[in-house]
Design a binder for this molecule. Structure first.
Ligand code: DX5
Ligand code: ZN
Length: 220
């Protein structure tokens, strides 16, 4: 089963409630891209928007924190109604951040940039709920899928399965009905898609098409 996480980064920020309603039935999670203009060269949204979304939807709010100081903001995301937060391993302080997320009652996600090896996440695999393998360089929507990252997805899938873990394996960036099956074949089970959902005339149909494409293949 493939899970679809539409990224609201590609939605109309002036009409987020409508965007969520449009995609709601086909979304398993709602992906919220948080950028601080420091960890990545772009600024997006933060806890106040999560709070507004929380009032509007029961969907799982999956917050991808592309920020340099997650420890400073994790409580605010929890209070705003985030279900899970994912922090980048490149930020460092991973053990403390995992502990903090657990103490706050958040689901724990860890993110790897395209150039960061699986080995950087491997020690934490038993302690997280989700591993996000970036398939673009973070910071902007609408970029092209980096296929060479699939080797890392395969390694992560093998490690998760060998250890019998229930860690979700998420891919993010350039996911559409053509690339989703490639990532699914490598072992991804959770698919973030921004442009391929919200830049389409029918976002729900677009999300359904990505799910069908991902489920058309079975991991090797
Ligand atoms: C990139 C973000 C992604 C982005 C994906 O920094 O983490 O979630 O919104 O957008 P698309 O699907 O358009 O590549
Ligand atoms: Zn993201």
């Amino acid at each position: 089963m493939a899970r679809i996480a539409p990224s609201i980064l590609s939605a109309d920020f002036a009409a987020l409630a409508a965007a969520v309603d449009q995609v709601g039935a086909e979304a398993d999670l709602l992906h919220v891209d948080v950028m601080d203009g420091h960890f990545v060269p772009n600024i997006s949204i933060g806890p106040p928007v999560v709070k507004a979304l929380r009032r509007h939807t029961d969907l799982y709010l999956d917050c991808h924190l592309m920020i340099t100081n997650p420890e400073r903001y994790l409580p605010a995301f929890r209070d705003a109604g985030a279900d899970g937060c994912s922090v980048h391993v490149e930020v460092g302080r991973t053990e403390a951040l995992i502990d903090q997320m657990r103490e706050l009652g958040l689901d724990v996600g860890l993110v790897l940039n395209p150039e960061t090896p699986f080995a950087a996440a491997e020690p934490w695999l038993d302690h997280i709920d989700l591993l996000l393998v970036m398939t673009v360089h973070p910071g902007f929507g609408g970029q092209s899928f980096i296929a060479t990252v699939m080797e890392k997805v395969e390694k992560a899938r093998a490690a998760i399965d060998e250890r019998g873990l229930r860690v979700a394996l998420q891919v993010d960036g350039g996911i559409d009905p053509t690339t989703a099956p490639v990532a699914a074949a490598a072992g991804a089970d959770t698919f973030v898609a921004g442009n391929a959902v919200f830049a389409q005339p029918d976002p729900a149909a677009a999300a359904a098409a990505i799910r069908a494409a991902a489920e058309s293949v079975r991991p090797a």
